[in-house]
Design a protein around this ligand. Sequence first.
Ligand code: NOJ
Length: 736
Amino acid sequence: MATPIAGNVQRSEAVEAVLEELLASMTWEQKLAQLQIAFRPRLEDAKDLARGGIGAVFWPRSAEATNELQRTAREETPHGIPLLVGLDVVHGQRTTFPVPLAQAASFDPAVAGADARISAKEAASGGVNWTFSPMVDVSRDPRWGRVVEGFGEDTHVNSVFGAAKIRGYQGESLANEDSILACAKHFVAYGQAEGGRDYNTVDVSVQRLRNVYLEPFRAAVEAGAATVMAAFNTVSGRPAHANGNLLTELLKEEWGFEGVVVGDADGVVNLIEHGVAANLGDALQQSYAAGLDVEMGGNAVSVDGVALLSPGDVSSERVDDAVRRVLRLKHALALFDNPYRDAALEVTAPSAETRLAAREAAEKCLVLLKNDDGVLPLVASRLRVLLVGPYAESNDHLGAWVQSFAEPAGTLADSIQAECPDWSLTVKEGTGFFQEDPALLADAVSSAEQHDVIVVAVGEPSSLTGEASSRSDLRLPGGQEELIRAIAGTGKPFAVVMFNGRPLVTSAWIDSAPTVLEAWHLGLEGPAAVARALSGQVNPGGRLPMTFPRSSSQVPIHYDHENTGRPATVSARMDEDVVDVALMGPGNTDDRYTSKYRDLPLGPQFAFGHGLSYTSFGYGQIQVEKEELALEDLREGRVFRLDIALSNTGDRSGDEVTLLFIRDRVASLAQPVRRLRAFSRTTLDAGQTELLSFDLGWSDLGFWDNQGRYVVEPGEFEVHIGGGLENNAHTVVRLT
Ligand code: NOJ
């Protein structure tokens, strides 16, 4: 039986024979040259590298330049091996989609799939054949700027969205001209960087590593990810780049990963600063020996062909294995047949079709956090709307990890003019992102009187999000909090729209704002999506994929925490039927000796899964086919089938995200109070009812122990189904 290499590409004897022959004719230096990717912005420098037989380069920014590089590699090297051409295509190439964290808020993996497919088509048309995406680092600390690149705090959500991205990038077949290799990153546990500080240390137990951080990577490998990127961080003392337990024993041996492990930018060089390698040669040797296949930086072989390692520094079997992995992917991409792309067909701008896809995606990511007085939607005609705040006229909507050549987004003011032509719109800045200006503030406030409603567009500029953008203070920067409070002081109805790439702390103003719409950084069509939601053409249906804390000091905070021995929330009690008690407080604040902060109310500001709608939804009771199953039957593939009726109880159509959580009541290791095991997003017309079905099986009810074994233990499992963490329908199933 053939083994898949990546995607649906099967290993074939014929290809293996060709590759073996090629390998046998390569020198040590030629082999090592294949095991690196270099970043050289100047085409002439990149051509020198190609002549030297390098295996991979970063994209030289056009199909024409890429063709030149490929031609150099094909025609001016002894073996004519084509190049892998890599680029971070994270949420768009020409057509920018919402940032990944926002995509997760859609709870609709089709959003990630559409982004990846369109991104792959656009990037591949220019000669890119490898993206360093998706990031599937579970992220529970919003101080870490990179939370914007992943799918939030939940393991299951990261697994599902990561897999959707991988399938989208890699397409039906890797050999198709519009398919590119995906890369699941950063392996592993980067999301647990201490203090949320980028590049910082990670120390993690086996059970947490397995249950939380590794699962999305396992899902990525199962989805056929062609490559995996090592993380910058240490994992329990050993940097990931030189961690043989992770790269070889776990990823390649236990999971059978057949693709390529690539290092992060200078991640091998950084082993010296980590203090585990004496010099660059030592760092390279340790990394390749640990299972790294491609070094990112281009340090293994110099342009003139001098290798930093000698035969014997790393076993020839290991080097051959790495080269085979690289060559197999090149073969799977059909680069040996044709590495060139028709420069005339290079996509250099979004089309009407890709714009529409980006807009539909953006609309699905909106989360209505509050709508106390039903301020939104603004449906009256001839409405006098005052738009204030630094995001009113900013075009900073594309978000972190966006291409410098991507089509720019317009402004919210322009989109409101276009989408809501019968409003009378006035725009006032009110404050800059960082500078407080009393004159601007006074001008905005004095204008309020002449308007029916005020939209306050605030946020965190995308330059404060992404790599190397950790923050210690999660509030809106500059004078924005003051602007919101000043607008609240006018007594006029108003809605706050937040544009940001991480959960923000809103406690200084949230109680004074009746309505808050979370709009993230939604990409090219973000402003249009927001305008359409403000005016009710779109009904927001997204949910938070990450907890919004009350204070920056409350992090890390996540819904799937363990109970502790002294929980402060009442839901923690095991001696009563607690399944329907609110998880998030008010809870047991009288007892001093419980787990909490004495100067903060219990729980977060907005919990994971929170999100409202312009309509309302109701759930029936959970119907279980069988309340009890034998462990052995579950192992054999039997499942608990759960049905629940979902109804749109309001007066307009809308989308409901349904979340299914479990709680293992008693286990040999302390289990989270809730674990998300399934979710769905359903569109229902007013008054419509639909029956939803979910299956819980072997892979849903167990956990990984500290010996790295997956165990399912008999006992009672609470099942909670509903539109968030609270007030859910519930039942108990038993394993005997
Ligand atoms: C560093 C980042 O950590 C990684 O995510 C990215 O893919 C590489 N740089 C390449 O740009």
